[in-house]
Ligand binder design. Structure first.
Ligand code: FES
Length: 299
């Protein structure tokens, strides 16, 4: 197999393309672990498509949902009888997010468990600000704010899962093939968000005589990811105790007067990568034991 832009791989004909490329040292994205659920392993066969075996049931289902042409194949499901020339189609985080999102709501993904870091952020006292502002201004300001802090999540390879009014939930660690530390990415994103807020606030101060304060909570653990919801409107998301705890930690900022709080689980993964200024122990809703959280010194 000749991987255009990568290398030539020699393999047996009963080995799926994905396994052959990984064994050959190619950093081939495969977010769902080769279970025909994410499509991030997709390749385009530019020569010799007739040498690839017909789609199996799992691949045929996903290919139909995504609308793949005959030359686009799932590397995790496809084996070939003879030499082919091909190119990987998912290279970076943006490709992964697009691949997962396209056709989402249609994929009957029963969900799977991954280790991830969840980030929640929220604007303090946004309701009172919105009550004294014009609707047009609120939408304009929120969009500008989401652009600013969303860019920081993006730059640190987080996936913006959803907006909840003025809040954001982001997932770090969706690319199971990546060697990067999602806890580091999430805490770095949180610090970058707090830093970027300063510039955003000078704009807000100048034009609206107001400034935002935000609270960010970060927690690492097992989550279930999959497409959830009513069959006509499913959405890719993460659920589980890790998600709930990250949200509770975000709320704790109100009590501690901080902007960013990181759970002990996340802290353990990044303690040498950041400076820290405070440690708190506090009860949170839904937990019998108090949680220990750390505040990074991001200035
Ligand atoms: S690795 Fe997910 S579909 Fe192939």
């Amino acid at each position: 197999m000749d991987f255009i832009g990568d290398k030539e791989i020699h393999t047996k004909s009963d080995i799926p393309i994905l396994k052959a490329s990984l064994d050959g040292g190619i950093d081939h994205t495969h977010v769902c672990g080769g279970r025909a659920r994410c499509s991030t392993c997709r390749v385009i066969v530019t020569e010799g498509v007739e040498h690839s075996r017909p789609r199996n049931e799992k691949e045929a289902r996903l290919a139909a949902v995504k609308g793949f042409s005959d030359d686009v194949r799932l590397a995790c499901q496809t084996t070939v009888e003879d030499n082919i020339k091909l190119r990987r189609l998912v290279h970076d985080y943006e490709d992964i997010a697009n691949a997962i999102n396209e056709g989402r709501g249609s994929v009957n993904d029963a969900g799977h468990e991954i280790e991830a870091t969840i980030l929640f952020s929220d604007i303090r006292s946004f309701t009172s600000f919105s009550e004294r502002s014009l609707p047009y201004d609120i939408v304009h300001i929120l969009n500008r704010y989401f652009d600013t802090i969303g860019g920081m999540i993006d730059a640190n390879k987080g996936y913006i899962d959803k907006y909840m009014g003025d809040g954001i939930m982001a997932i770090f660690g969706l690319d199971e093939n990546s060697n990067e530390n999602p806890s580091y990415q999430a805490v770095k994103a949180a610090c970058d968000m707090a830093e970027a807020l300063k510039e955003f606030n000078s704009y807000l101060e100048n034009r609206f005589d107001h400034e935002f304060r935000i609270g960010i909570g970060v927690h690492t653990g097992k989550v279930i990811v999959g497409n959830l919801g009513y069959r006509k409107k499913k959405e890719f998301t993460a659920i589980g105790d890790t998600v709930n705890t990250a949200s509770r930690i975000e709320s704790l900022n109100k009590k501690t007067g901080s902007s960013i709080l990181v759970s002990q689980q996340t802290f353990k993964m990044v303690k040498n990568d950041f400076k820290w200024k405070n440690k708190y122990k506090s009860k949170v809703k839904g937990k019998t034991e108090p949680v220990i959280v750390y505040e990074p010194d991001f200035i």
